[in-house]
Write a protein that binds this ligand. Sequence first.
Ligand code: GAR
Length: 203
Amino acid sequence: MVKIAVLVSGGGTNLQALIDRQQAGELGCGQISLVISSRAGVYALERAEKAGIESMVISRKECGSAENFDKKLVSELKSHGIELVVLAGFLSILGKEVIDAYPNRIINIHPSLIPSFCGNGFYGLKVHEAALEYGVKVTGATVHFVNEVTDGGSIILQKAVYIEPDDTPETLQRRVMEQAEWELLPKATAMLCEEIQKEKDNK
Ligand code: GAR
């Protein structure tokens, strides 16, 4: 098995998609072993609890500095034997220490077709507001590796979603989740877990 940590900050519908796929036996050799939230009281933590998955809160505020936050994160990931880190609506930027501890082993879902509407300040509804404001007719979602550049790591999977004439940021966000995100993130996670397992088998 390949141990996965899912990092969240909010409602956790992408976490739920991962849990559902795992329960359906569709996450390959991946096993969600830990959920870490950057905020207390978010619904994603309830989803973890309902699924019987260990969870914890690591907030940047409580850690005092970005360095302490990164240190705490790496120490929890390592002590839980985590092999793949999945950012599912995680809104804190990861520092170099975390990225260096997991080279090509951290992935993120972003709700647009990168390189459109991405980078610093583009998260959640803001991404869909920007897409509608620009007037693009097609948007979508992207799963990519995480490196030091926000939304800048290489792309793993993308899926396009059409914009409807009467879309609001909220209706568009929902459709991008339903048609792209909840499918892409478990798929990319399963793909990477297979790869990691193969590497382990060959050692
Ligand atoms: C998702 O749409 C995800 O793509 C986005 O936040 C939402 C979290 O929803 N992430 C970003 O914007 C990252 N830049 P969820 O908590 O229901 O999964």
